[in-house]
Design a binder for this molecule. Structure first.
Ligand code: GDP
Ligand code: IMO
Ligand code: MG
Length: 457
């Protein structure tokens, strides 16, 4: 049986297959999906891990977030950055899917596709499927994102440091049931236009300075909608067929990360979607029984973009070294990332929620020059260890981190391709992390490109 799909498998949205034969034998749970999730505050190298796995995948799906994500993939010396497109789009043999849980800014999507096409990524639009249930990010959502940041700054003296991609306002529209979805745009345009106008009015009543050229927006949206139409499917049915058809390798590419999750992250300094494993089910419409491996991605140290507590942050020469050596600059916003030691408390917390089956530890090579390396192993409050990760940000700001110190290996690891190529001190560092979290480390990253990944088992 073939493990790959061809573009011929695409069926037109205007002529969808009849929903028949949904019954399957009870013991046939179907194909399993492999989920790749950020285990820290984002930018752990998810794009690189997905790219590695996507070379064998038939279907690569995004399930949440929007173009706040910035995933880097380096292949044959060429660097690609993906924001809304699943990183698997690079593999001409696999299909990419944007699920219902994703919020889509259509100008952003096409700009990203066109930009990558100029870099040599051919036929991306023939390999992309978009769920009809996905919500749309409008230009005014992005403007409102900026206005809300200004308001936070004025009212509280600080903002969140969002990407200003309209993520919060769009998920707010979704939750308040005034949002508009792909299926609305492709349905009766008169009805869509009326609802669009109502939504604009609602935001204008909240933000009187907001100006929107409604007719111009609607004209552009109609054009984008027609360009999108051939890619749109009923996402639930599409996934059902993928899970219950012939054997397929299906990947889910998480965006953002556990500590940015709307429920489990460092609220309110988080994004607006579930970036933990539940988001894979709700964002694609798939049952939990179809979740297979869940791979957590973590750097060998920690970074964070934007505001919020960061217990192991190093506002010193170590932090600066990690920032410069690691080229720690946001892919989406170009902001410098804050840097610090690896924090095993947050990794254990991310594991409690996600149940990782294995971990990819990236950017080990960045630590190559350090004399000593510290790892946060516990948090203390008033001198006493606490067993949980604090929900309250005031408490998190107060915790004292207990560190374990390791001697640096002071050796270039970037050419290492197998476990035995790594210096003993680096092996010791990796084994300590693995034992402390209680999850096997399956890959160790020692460079940007696809081949710079040591596979452990
Ligand atoms: P994502 O958002 O999780 O996909 O990660 P980003 O792409 O935002 O940031 C990760 C950065 O680290 C990118 O510039 C990657 O090319 C780079 N990177 C990933 N893994 C490694 C690694 O093992 N070593 C080095 N030096 N760079 C890496
Ligand atoms: P990837 O997928 C790092 C952060 C923003 C901000 C907060 C809220 O590349 O790992 P938002 O625009 O989502 O409302 O911003 O979340 N943030 C990320 N930080 N990597 C990301 O994605 C992020 N996505 C959101 O910096 O602090
Ligand atoms: Mg990123």
């Amino acid at each position: 049986m073939s493990l790959t799909w061809s573009a011929k498998d695409h069926k037109s949205y205007t002529n969808p297959p009849a929903v028949t034969g949904l019954k399957r034998p009870r013991n046939d749970t179907g194909n399993k999906v492999t989920v790749v999730l950020g285990a820290q505050w984002g930018d752990e190298g998810k794009g690189k891990v997905v790219d590695l796995l996507a070379t064998e995948a038939d279907l690569v799906c995004r399930c949440q977030g929007g173009n706040n994500a910035g995933h880097t993939v380096v292949v044959d010396g060429k660097e690609y950055d993906f924001h809304l497109l699943p990183s698997g789009i690079i593999n001409s043999k696999s299909i990419s899917l944007i699920g219902n849980g994703v919020v889509i800014h259509l100008p952003g999507l096409f700009e990203e596709g066109d930009k990558n096409e100029k870099k040599g990524l051919k036929g991306w639009d023939k390999r992309l499927i978009v769920s009809d249930r996905a919500h749309l990010v409008f230009d005014f959502h992005q403007v409102v994102d900026g206005l809300q940041e200004t308001q936070r700054q004025a009212q509280e003296g600080k903002n969140i440091g969002t990407t200003k991609k309209g993520i919060g306002p769009t998920y707010s529209s979704k939750a308040s049931r005034t949002g508009l979805r792909v299926c609305d745009l492709l349905g009766d345009f008169k009805d869509f236009s009326a609802r669009f106008k109502n939504l604009v009015q609602q935001y204008q009543s909240m933000y009187p300075s907001l100006t929107v050229d409604v007719e111009d927006q609607l004209k552009k949206l109609k054009e984008y909608g027609e360009r999108l139409r051939p890619m749109v499917r009923d996402g639930v049915y599409y996934m059902y067929e993928a899970l219950h058809g012939p054997p397929k390798k299906i990947l889910v590419e998480g965006a953002n990360a556990a500590l940015l999750d709307i429920d489990f992250g460092t609220y309110p300094f988080v994004t607006s979607s579930n970036c933990t494993v539940g988001g894979a089910c709700t964002g694609l419409g798939i049952p939990p029984v179809n979740i297979g491996d869940v791979f957590g991605v973590s750097k060998a140290y920690t970074t964070r973009v934007g505001i919020g507590a960061f217990p192991t942050e190093q506002l010193n020469a170590v932090g600066e070294l990690l920032q410069t050596r690691g080229h720690e600059v946001g892919v989406t916003t170009g902001r410098k990332r804050r840097c610090g030691w690896l924090d095993l408390v947050i990794l254990k917390y991310a594991h409690m929620i996600n149940g990782f089956t294995a971990i990819a530890l990236t950017k080990l090579d960045i630590l190559d020059v350090l004399d000593e390396i510290k790892v946060g192993v516990a948090y203390k409050l008033n001198g006493k260890r606490i067993p949980h990760f604090p929900a309250n940000m005031e408490v998190l700001h107060k915790v004292e981190v207990e560190y374990e110190t390791f001697p640096g290996w002071k050796t270039d690891t970037s050419a290492a391709r197998k476990w035995n190529d790594l210096p003993a001190k680096a092996q010791n560092y990796i084994r300590f992390i693995e034992n402390h979290i209680g999850v096997p480390i399956k890959w160790v990253g020692v460079g940007k490109s696809r081949e710079c990944m040591i596979q452990m088992f």
